[in-house]
Every structure is written in structure tokens, then in C-alpha cells.
Design a protein around this ligand. Structure first.
Ligand code: RFL
Ligand code: PHB
Length: 389
């Protein structure tokens, strides 16, 4: 096969990139090692920044989002005895949308099907070749077991944290910055209407708890647990009881219901630089991971791809490599802003230290709740700074 851009990974980054490039008349082929059903059902992010929604609208992919998604104009920050609403439009003139990553991925795959954009699912043994020259290629085994090769001008590594792309950059010198947090998130999806109008981020002596949602019928909730904890230790009853303890507030009740799915995710910050080697460009989780407390991972993948789309447009349509040469530095500026914000939200809300740390956290929460300047900083980062496009 021959194409201009071989894209590895049909997550949000890879699928969106192929769609953006097609709008510039640039051909691409996406390969993905999982099945379509698997990637469409993979339960992950829930919050889209204003810029992410604006971009999806601009390219005609926002229709279902505006029907099934919900605009949220704030979040609640909570600590024992207090629940404080941060009002986004008042503080920074922007909002966020609650719309599951599963739905974003379904919309992107449907758009690829509708436009005849090739996406090869269930491939195996993908390998990247000759990225230091002008004629890179990707080899893989297709779903039918046939060996395949894609000759291309550029490879986009959009294959997530465990993919094959980042190790290619590592081979030529790469800097990795990371932090492991001493806690994990236990997340559940539950068949019960949300007990809240806005997402609740709650600090509690037993640990962080969070209430999010997917629809008027489905709630998504999280608990801070220890990294060595296993899901077998957490019966549904224990999860609901701990959630209601940590989010307790006079006059408010947490409704429980059947747990549809539950799992434990470790928390880490990770940045790998540069995000390029020769003709291989990295985007999304393959290059960086943020802890989910800031709701940034998916949005950062979208932001990378918005920058990469423009850079590849100039490179492949006009032979101008200046934006491609600046890609890594441009993308990493936003990556570090989001990395800082996610680290800050995580550090403010999770219990990990001693009583001195507790008092610093509570002081920070009271400050954000009482100072319009501090609240505006949270609002500006949470809703997302404008995309660099
Ligand atoms: P993905 O989604 O991991 O997609 C990578 C794709 O590459 C495929 N792949 C390969 N394909 C072919 N050959 C190989 N060798 C391959 N290796 C891998 C994979 O199967 C996969 O389909 O990365 P992408 O596109 O960069 O997107 C990133 C986002 O998925 C991620 O950042 C977010 O889900 C993070 N995240 C959140 N982000 C937000 O913006 N808002 C949130 O509210 C939010 N909440 C979350 C989250 C992540 C969570 N977990 C489970 C990590 C909540 C949680 C609990
Ligand atoms: C979610 O709905 O899954 C979600 C929302 C906000 C976060 C993290 C996860 O910060």
C-alpha cells in the first residue's frame, strides 16, 4: 500500500488526525491492533474542553455531541462541610462538555466509514522502518493473517502509552520526565441517574472521591485507593458506602444503583521529549500521560493533533518544513501546562501526606473557593486554553 501518512493507533488522536488531514487533501491509512468493537467500548475520559468541542464542531463531528452530550458551566469542589461551585463562564467565559470518549471514538470511526477513510482493525506485529530517511514504511499482519507494508512520507505514532512508536524515539536519545503517585483510582460506571448537576471533586480524610456522569441515566464515580489495592477487595456495597462517606454533605444524598463496570487505574505523570524522530511524529498518550484529575488526557491528544495537522499540511502540500520542525516544541508547551495543572489538581485533592499536608490542601481549597483570581486560574486551565492552530 502507498499513502502519505501512515497512522498507528485508532484512538482519539489517530482517528482525528486522519480526519483533519483528509480535509487538507492528504491521504492516510490508520492501523489498529484492537477490534472496532473494543475501541468503541473502551471506557475512559468524559470531559471535553471548549476548544476540543469547537474543533469537532468546525469539522462537522459535533452533531451527536450537542444532542447526547451535556454542557457544564462549572464543577463543585468539596471538603468536609463545604461544597463550592466554580462558575466557568463567569470566571473565564468558557465551558466544558460531558461526552464520553467512547462516543467521540464512535463518531470518528463512523465519519471514517462514511468518507471511505481506511482504518485497518485487528492488525498485529506492526513495525516502523526507515524513519530517518525520506521513505519510511510500516509493516504489519492484517486481520486475515496476510503480511502488509505501507510506504509513506510520514508516520504518525498515535498508539498510546504501550505502543511501538515511542521506543523508536528512545533509540536516538530522548528525555523522560515522570512522577508516580502513591495512589490509584477505582472507577465505576453505574446505572443510576447522577445525584448532582455538576461534577464533584471531593477532598476527604479517607481519600479523594469524585462524581461524574455519562448521561441522565448513567453515573461515573471514582475513589482514591492505594496502588496495591485490588478490585476483589471492593464489593459494590463497600464502594457505594465509601463514596457516600467521602461525598457526604448535609441535605444531600448519593443515590446508588447497579454497578455496570469497575476497575482500578494507576496515576502517573509522564512526558517524553522530543515528540519526533525524523519522519516519525508522536501524538497523544504515546508521548505523555497525565493523572485524570484535571480531565486533560483526551484533550491533550486532540491539541497535539491540531498542531500536527497544520505542520503536516505545510510539509506535504507545500514542502515547507518549518511547522514540522517546530512541532515537538509547540506541542510540548501545552503538554507541560496540562501536566502542571493535572499535577496541581491531583496534589490538592488526594490524601497522601501527613497532617501538615492536609492543612496545606485545605488552605488551598479555601483559597480557590474564596479568591476570584485563584478560581479563574482553575477555570481557565480546566476549560482549556485556546488551541494553538
Ligand atoms: P489511546 O486512546 O490509548 O489510543 C491508542 C490506540 O493505539 C492502539 N495501539 C496500537 N495499534 C496498532 N499497533 C500497535 N502496536 C498498537 N499499540 C497500541 C491502541 O489499541 C489504541 O486504540 O491514545 P490517544 O489516542 O492518544 O488518546 C488518549 C486518551 O485515550 C487518554 O488520554 C484519555 O482517555 C485520558 N483520560 C481522560 N482524558 C480527558 O481528557 N478527560 C477525562 O475526563 C479523562 N478521564 C482518562 C480519564 C483516562 C482514564 N484511564 C483509564 C487511563 C479517566 C480514566 C480512568
Ligand atoms: C470522567 O467522567 O470519567 C472524568 C471526569 C473528570 C475527570 C476525570 C474523569 O477529571
Amino acid at each position: 500500500m502507498r499513502t502519505q501518512v501512515a497512522i498507528i493507533g485508532a484512538g482519539p488522536a489517530g482517528l482525528l488526525l486522519s480526519h483533519l488531514l483528509a480535509r487538507r487533501g492528504i491521504e492516510s491509512i490508520v492501523i489498529e491492533n484492537r477490534s472496532r468493537a473494543y475501541v468503541e467500548a473502551r471506557l475512559r475520559a468524559g470531559v471535553l474542553e471548549q476548544g476540543t468541542v469547537d474543533l469537532l464542531d468546525e469539522i462537522g463531528l459535533g452533531k451527536r455531541l450537542h444532542v447526547d452530550g451535556q454542557r457544564h458551566d462549572g464543577i463543585h469542589l468539596q471538603w468536609p462541610g463545604t461544597r463550592h461551585r466554580i462558575d466557568f463562564p463567569e470566571l473565564c467565559g468558557r465551558s466544558v462538555w460531558v461526552y464520553g470518549q467512547t462516543e467521540v471514538v464512535k463518531d470518528l470511526i463512523q465519519a471514517a466509514v462514511d468518507t471511505g477513510q481506511p482504518v485497518h482493525f485487528e492488525v498485529s506485529d506492526a513495525q516502523i522502518h526507515y524513519v530517518d530517511g525520506d521513505s519510511p514504511s510500516v509493516t504489519f499482519t492484517d486481520a486475515a493473517g496476510e503480511p502488509q507494508r505501507i510506504d509513506c512520507d510520514v508516520i504518525a505514532g498515535c498508539d498510546g502509552f504501550h505502543g511501538i512508536s515511542r521506543p523508536q524515539v528512545a533509540a536516538t536519545g530522548q528525555q523522560v520526565f515522570q512522577r508516580e503517585y502513591p495512589f490509584s483510582w477505582l472507577g465505576i460506571l453505574a446505572a443510576v441517574p447522577p445525584s448532582t448537576d455538576e461534577l464533584i471533586y471531593a477532598w476527604h480524610p479517607n481519600g479523594f472521591a469524585m462524581h461524574s456522569m455519562r448521561s441522565p441515566e448513567i453515573s461515573r464515580l471514582y475513589l482514591q485507593v492505594t496502588p496495591t489495592d485490588t478490585i476483589e477487595n471492593w464489593s459494590d456495597d463497600r464502594i457505594w458506602s465509601e463514596l457516600s462517606t467521602r461525598m457526604e454533605l448535609d441535605g444531600w444524598h448519593l443515590a446508588d444503583g447497579p454497578v455496570l463496570e469497575k476497575g482500578i487505574t494507576p496515576m502517573r505523570s509522564f512526558v517524553s521529549a522530543p515528540m519526533r524522530r525524523g519522519r516519525l511524529f508522536l501524538a497523544g498518550d504515546t508521548a505523555h500521560i497525565v493523572p485524570p484529575t484535571g480531565a486533560k488526557g483526551l484533550n491533550l491528544a486532540v491539541a497535539d493533533v491540531a498542531v500536527l495537522d497544520r505542520a503536516l499540511g505545510d510539509l506535504l502540500n507545500r514542502g515547507d518544513s518549518s511547522l514540522a520542525d517546530a512541532y515537538s516544541e509547540t506541542a510540548l508547551r501545552r503538554v507541560w501546562r496540562s501536566t502542571h495543572f493535572s499535577w496541581w489538581m491531583t496534589s490538592m485533592l488526594h490524601r497522601a501526606g501527613d497532617e501538615f499536608d492536609d492543612q496545606l490542601q485545605l488552605s488551598q481549597l479555601r483559597y480557590v473557593a474564596s479568591s476570584p483570581a485563584a478560581a479563574a486560574s482553575l477555570a481557565e486551565n480546566y476549560t482549556g486554553l485556546p488551541l494553538d492552530r
